[in-house]
Write a protein that binds this ligand. Structure first.
Ligand SMILES: Cc1cc2nc3c(=O)[nH]c(=O)nc-3n(C[C@H](O)[C@H](O)[C@H](O)COP(=O)(O)OP(=O)(O)OC[C@H]3O[C@@H](n4cnc5c(N)ncnc54)[C@H](O)[C@@H]3O)c2cc1C
Length: 407
């Protein structure tokens, strides 16, 4: 009997984890990626227990590694250069592994490459679902993108289609409807780049946080990799942010006050970076993540936002659980998908709520939030204060450590 065959759209963490898990349960996968090649290391990602469990079962946890530097100190800084030791992401309860997105993607990619067919430069352009399969028209573009390249189209039948193609998912648009029906603006913009030079006055192992009402800059240090900076700010007019260059929008958002030495350096380095991410933040909220044979997974289905610190973990948990329910319901993907969504919903609802709640940890929203932050950071300057704070935060972080997809 031939193996059931799935199309997995997107070679991010969600898509790669799905293809690996499907192979475990005896499915064949075709993985397609719109980009012509693999992308770079990306940004800082905290991996909590909810992601470590699935990564372990997928056999990639050791390869992912851990770039947490136990000797690292995170400083809370002000524009005028004042600084005090504070709490970095590595200090939060739950002992998250601090890695780069590329560490997880790379480990999954290496594991899945020998096991699945992979096609770059390929995107679905039509999806036609019937009772016994899904016909997908795939367009592959090769050659020089600046001259439009050369495109070919084929239509192939699959038993299941998994849309793991991110926040602005094509599978979602083709099978469920326009972005505007599901993308909920968060009214925040983010910018990320790798810092090529140390920030003057700081060691490369130092973390840095400059947090003000409505805007913040975080520097995340790593072992064996240059730090990354995350700049983010609140705005009521997201569209306007994209009519200027990313650097100009950032400078306006952090103005008009003088930047001071630290912020000035971070903005300069962001502007100079060849490879930078600049995007608006959204959650994806859908009444249903699947039809009988098409399913969305990861940011395409439920983007929890970076502020929850659970996007990578929830994508791996979703992929892990998908394998479990498909194996339990052979020949009946519709029933498997219903079971999958029923079990996954409460977990995702929790982390979408934590995305909204934890935003304030990254960006104080009001002057009062800033004052509270300054007070707690002062407490954190000594080990007793830090332990106390970890105890206070433990219930909030406990939910991120639950290996929901186990069993
Ligand atoms: C700055 C930042 C910080 C973050 N920090 C954390 C953190 O600390 N902890 C955490 O767990 N998560 C974090 N996240 C979220 C996390 O990175 C994502 O949720 C996670 O990587 C899962 O993404 P995904 O695979 O669903 O989608 P994506 O990573 O967006 O991957 C989608 C893939 O699909 C491809 N694609 C898109 N359209 C098509 C198409 N039409 N056809 C074919 N391919 C297509 C894309 O090129 C891409 O390769 C952070 C995110 C950001 C932006």
């Amino acid at each position: 009997m031939s193996k059931p065959r799935a199309l997995v759209v997107g070679m991010g963490i969600g898509g790669l984890a799905t293809a690996l898990r499907l192979h475990d349960i005896g499915w064949e996968s075709v993985l397609v990626e719109r980009a012509p090649e693999r992308r770079g290391a990306g940004y800082f990602v905290a991996m909590f227990g909810a992601g470590k469990g699935p990564a372990g079962r997928l056999g990639v946890l050791d390869t992912i590694g851990n770039r947490t530097d136990p000797a690292s100190i995170t400083y809370d800084v002000e524009r005028d250069g004042r600084r005090r030791p504070g709490m970095g992401y590595g200090d939060v309860p739950g002992a998250p592994r601090l890695v780069l997105r590329g560490d997880i993607e790379g480990a999954l990619f290496d594991a899945v490459e020998p096991l699945a067919e992979m096609r770059f430069g390929t995107t679905p352009v039509a999806i036609e679902e019937s009772a016994d399969g899904v016909d997908v028209t795939l367009r592959t573009t090769t050659g020089d993108a600046t001259t439009g390249g050369h495109s070919t189209e084929t239509t192939e039948r699959f038993g299941l289609v998994v849309g793991a193609d991110g926040l602005r998912s094509t599978v979602r648009r083709l099978a469920f409807g326009p972005d505007a029906d599901y993308m909920r603006p968060f009214h925040h913009i983010l910018g990320v780049s790798v810092l090529q030079e140390p920030v003057p006055g700081f060691k490369p192992t130092d973390g840095i946080v400059l947090a003000e009402p409505g805007r913040s800059a975080w520097v995340f240090p790593f072992t064996d990799h240059k730090p990354t900076v995350l700049l983010s700010y609140r705005t009521d007019d997201e569209d306007a942010q994209f009519r200027r260059s990313p650097a100009e929008s950032m400078r306006r958002a952090f103005g008009p006050e003088l930047t001071g030495p630290v912020l000035g350096n971070l903005l300069d380095q962001f502007e100079a970076a060849d490879d930078k991410l600049f995007d608006s933040v959204h959650q994806v909220v859908m009444p249903r993540w699947h039809t009988d044979r098409v399913v969305l997974l990861g940011d395409s289905a439920w983007c929890v936002t970076l502020y929850s610190g659970m996007g990578a973990s929830s994508a791996m948990a979703g992929a892990d659980l998908l394998g479990t329910v498909l194996q339990r319901n052979p020949g009946n993907p519709a029933r498997a998908l219903r079971e999958w969504e029923m079990r996954l919903r409460p977990f995702i609802a929790t982390h979408q709520a934590s995305g909204r709640r934890d935003l304030v940890m990254f960006i104080p929203q009001t002057r009062r939030d800033k004052q509270t932050r300054t007070f707690t950071q002062t407490l954190l300057g000594n080990p007793t204060g830090k332990r106390l704070m970890q105890r206070i935060l433990a219930p909030q972080f406990h939910e991120k450590s639950i290996d929901f997809a186990a069993a």
